[in-house]
Design a protein around this ligand. Structure first.
Ligand SMILES: NC(=O)c1ccc[n+]([C@@H]2O[C@H](COP(=O)([O-])OP(=O)(O)OC[C@H]3O[C@@H](n4cnc5c(N)ncnc54)[C@H](OP(=O)(O)O)[C@@H]3O)[C@@H](O)[C@H]2O)c1
Length: 352
């Protein structure tokens, strides 16, 4: 375990130098890891575990050809290491509960009856446990309940692993029945390819995660981009100009600089005209959105956001509905401008 000090706050983190992959393999050598759900997280985590030599089986509804088909394409074999959800839950000693959060609520009664003395139930989100009054997910006392939550999309859990880097993950232990909960958690965190692991609680993870994705990472990001793009269009700027000034410059130039060396460094690499204006306007934007963030956090903690997710994503046609809204977004002039602008990137033009 290493200690890092950030502004006077000391945090403990775990890397694969401290908890090696060999140690993870040793901890997990007699376990059967049942990954329930072959969605984006299930797929990424299962493949990374498998490539790291861990004994993995998949539990996936066969009726849904998409995810089952992905598991087949990835080399999992029915009745060998690919099973219906309940069969896999019965066989696993560590159950990675990676159905969608609404799916976890629906499948819980069926999964719960297969949890045996000494098993571990693993989550990648605090959602089902923290909002137990809404989800009904109340684990029995005779198991460990643990979490490793990658701080990235499932797709990058896999792609970063293949590229030799990783996604940082938080981890938490909700219930330690066996006395082995911590080593099981850390072993899984390392074996799924986490860059480093940092401790959290189920509450803190779900509150920060629901806020982050509704806020800066996705909701706020798309919202402020739309506001600026359509402001420029209202003032008769061309789609190319509005898109380049709102999205393309950010994704192709500036955000990479923030990732490399921080916001101040990105600012320092822009003109002093830009620096002066950005330093003034960041405070205006911060103060304008702060009340919206207050409301968001309150709605997350109170469970209002949870209820919306459970209601919407439990509907039989939830996927079609989400798809329809994503398709409406795709068809907005702004994102169509993005299609055109991306096709003009030099590497795309060379391929034509
Ligand atoms: N996506 C991310 O980037 C990400 C990042 C960090 C943490 N997480 C967490 O990881 C977990 C899995 O998320 P995900 O995004 O991978 O989920 P997802 O892609 O939405 O998961 C879909 C999976 O859930 C199954 N499912 C849904 N409803 C079901 C039901 N009623 N019964 C049985 N199976 C059902 C689907 O199978 P069917 O086709 O049979 O419905 C599929 O296997 C969640 O707790 C999520 O919060 C996700």
């Amino acid at each position: 375990m290493s200690k890092i000090n950030i502004g006077g706050v000391t945090e403990e983190i775990i890397t694969s130098e401290e908890f090696t992959l060999e140690k993870a393999g040793e901890v997990l050598k007699n376990e059967t890891i049942a990954v329930l759900g072959y969605g984006v997280q299930g797929q990424g985590q299962a493949l990374n575990l498998k490539d790291n030599g861990i004994n993995v089986i998949i539990g996936q509804r066969e009726s849904e050809e998409f995810y089952w088909g992905n598991a087949l394409k990835d080399g999992f074999v029915p009745d060998k290491n690919l099973f219906p959800v309940e069969e896999a839950a019965e066989m696993g000693t560590i159950i990675l509960f990676l159905l969608s959060d609404a799916g976890q609520k629906m499948a819980w009664p069926a999964v719960k009856k297969h949890l045996k003395e000494g098993n571990a139930l693993y989550f990648s989100h605090g959602f089902s446990i923290v909002y137990k009054d809404q989800t009904g997910v109340i684990p029995p006392d005779h198991i460990d309940v643990i979490m490793v939550a990658p701080k990235g999309a499932g797709r990058t859990v896999r792609s970063n692993f293949l590229a030799g880097s990783g996604i940082n993950s938080s981890y938490a232990i909700f219930q330690d029945h066996t006395g082995k909960a911590e080593e099981r958690t850390l072993a899984l965190g390392i074996a799924i390819g986490s860059g480093y692991l940092f401790p959290t609680t189920f509450e803190d993870e779900v509150h920060s995660d629901l806020t982050g994705e509704r806020g800066v990472l996705m909701g706020c990001l798309a919202g402020i981009m739309e506001a600026q793009y359509y402001l420029l269009r209202k003032h008769n700027h061309s789609p190319s100009e509005a898109f380049n000034e709102t999205v393309e410059e950010l994704t192709q130039s500036l955000i990479g600089l923030v990732g490399e060396n921080g916001m101040d460094w990105m600012y320092a690499n822009c003109s002093t005209t830009a620096q002066r204006g950005a330093l003034d306007w960041k405070n205006r934007f911060r103060d304008a959105v702060a009340p919206v963030f207050d409301e968001l956090y309150e709605r997350v903690v109170s469970g209002k956001e949870t209820q919306i997710v459970l209601d919407a994503n439990s509907a039989p046609d939830y996927r079609e509905k989400l798809q329809k809204e994503l398709s409406d977004m795709k068809n907005m002039e702004m994102w169509q401008a993005g299609v055109a602008v991306r096709s003009l990137r030099p590497e795309k033009r060379e391929k034509k």
